[in-house]
Design a protein around this ligand. Structure first.
Ligand code: GLU
Length: 479
């Protein structure tokens, strides 16, 4: 355990992941969750799961369920939560009221039309669009008359000048001048709320600060798309007199085409990888390495990651998704996985295809796992044990010569009387190749084509031994 860069205001390291339940758990969020989790575990701290569900129109229970299931599948256990923001509205109201009372926030009665006209005029003058502060109270300033029937928003009174600066754990020092940011909306009236006093729901930048403060979050890791939000958040922390967490902004994950990883360019949900036959430890290993390194180590356990992950060596530049590498990593973990575990996973893969699990499933996993990058590929292999095979016309033409057919018939006969195990099958095959003057591949390949529907498999006697004898004989006699 190494010393965390933790402000004395925090008793211990506490990190969080704060997904919005507007879809599945995105790979980028999963990676941020992993880094946050590993950082907390490395420092003997705590990790919190918060569900940021204030976008009521887009948040769904189904997304919440998927997020929780993905966190569980990845084994990212949290010490607190899930905390739902919509269950904390009273707290945001209280803090907003306090900011208003302290003169740090104010009601703004601008209508959407007025705001649009304001931006239009700014664009016409060639200026950056921003809120012009017309409802911002200042000493000696006369505010416009409160219009009837307009539900106000609450705006944070951002400092007018001076710099906001922080030492980002990933990107280094970042400094933004307050002149570049305006008075952001922190509460919006909700349609369902009646009356002008109803504060409604918090915006992201406000809820996140109240939560990170209340949850005593010492280190905030999140995607670097939030960098522009951080100056506002820091100003709000300061206005509240709340201790400032450390921030680490993690670069995006790019797709293989160099564009931001998105749904349109392949699977981006954790769930999809689970369904496609990836193992959670492989996924974690791959995600960990995607944008973070520990020397040249490519394969490591979660315990190793925890012992190494001290927040350093996170890449400053975007990581590029590499599906082939993920497959390679997964293949390494499949090779090492226990056969009974693979058996359950492959049975689920087959069930999804409407196929039963074959008998001798664990032995089959042991035989085929070395050549499989996913449990879906393993299921592809095992399909020949539970469904008819359709050898291709090319394979039949290339390998089922008239010369070999008598040998295949002889093998079917020999197998009738053979003891049904690898040694018995091997002896039957050897007797037939000797009697027919063939070399091993001249018989083994046609046998594979007929019985397995493909030309290459592990050792043919081992493959056959895991079939029912009758099926092998029937397939051999099918020509
Ligand atoms: N709900 C935000 C998101 O999903 C959280 C950002 C943060 O961690 O502050 O992007």
């Amino acid at each position: 355990m190494s010393q965390a860069n933790v402000s004395p205001a925090f008793a211990q390291v506490r990190t969080r992941i704060a997904p919005s339940p507007t879809g599945f758990l995105h790979l980028g969020t999963a990676r941020t969750a992993l880094y946050s989790w590993a950082y907390a575990r490395h420092h003997g701290g705590e990790f919190v799961l918060r569900i940021e569900d204030t976008d009521v129109a887009r948040s769904t229970q189904d997304s919440v369920d998927q997020i929780l299931a993905s966190m569980h599948w990845l084994g990212l256990g949290y010490d607190e939560g899930p905390v739902y923001q919509m269950q904390r509205l009273a707290r945001y109201h209280e803090v907003a009221q306090r900011l208003i009372a302290d003169g740090q926030a104010y009601y703004c009665y601008c209508t959407p039309e007025e705001l649009e006209a304001m931006r239009e005029a700014q664009r016409a003058r060639g200026e950056k669009t921003r809120y012009d502060g017309r409802w911002r109270p200042e000493p000696g300033k006369v505010l416009p008359p409160v219009p009837a029937g307009v539900k106000p928003v609450v705006r944070f009174k951002n400092p007018l000048d001076g710099d906001v600066s922080w030492e980002d754990l990933v990107k280094g020092r970042i400094t933004i001048n307050n002149r570049e940011i305006d008075d952001l909306i922190i509460m919006r009236p909700a349609d369902a709320e009646a009356g002008l006093d109803a504060l409604g729901v918090p915006t992201y930048n406000f809820a996140v600060v109240v939560d990170d403060w209340d949850m005593r979050i010492s280190h905030v890791f999140r995607g670097d798309e939030h960098i522009n939000n951080t100056p506002w958040q820091i100003n709000i922390f300061r206005a509240l007199g709340a201790p400032l967490p450390a921030f680490g902004h993690i670069p995006v994950i790019l797709g293989e085409d160099g564009l931001k990883l998105s749904k349109r360019r392949g699977a981006v949900s954790v769930t999809a990888y689970e369904e496609n036959g990836y193992l959670p430890e492989a996924m974690l290993n791959y995600l960990a390495r995607l944008g973070w390194s520990h020397g040249d180590d490519e394969l490591f356990t979660r315990e190793q990651m925890v012992s190494w992950f001290d927040g350093s060596h996170i890449s400053k530049s975007p990581a590029q998704w590499d599906a082939a590498k993920l497959e390679w990593v997964n293949a390494q973990y499949i090779k090492q996985a226990a056969d009974d575990r693979l058996a359950a996973l492959v049975a689920a893969q087959l069930a999804r295809r409407g196929l039963p699990a074959p008998q001798r499933l664990e032995a089959l996993c042991a035989l085929f796992k070395d050549r499989c990058s996913t449990t879906a590929v393993l299921a592809d292999w095992l399909t020949m044990y539970v469904a008819d095979v359709q050898p291709s016309a090319e394979d039949l033409a290339a390998h089922l010569s008239d010369a070999v057919k008598p040998a295949l018939a002889a093998l079917a006969d020999a197998l009738e009387g053979a003891s049904w195990d690898k040694a018995g099958i091997s002896a039957a095959i050897k007797s037939v190749i000797t009697a027919h003057g063939l070399k091993m591949p001249q018989l083994a390949i046609p046998v594979r084509v007929l019985v397995c529907g493909r030309t290459q498999t592990p050792s043919v006697d081992a493959v056959l031994a895991l079939f029912d004898k009758e099926i092998v004989i029937k397939r051999l006699r099918s020509v």
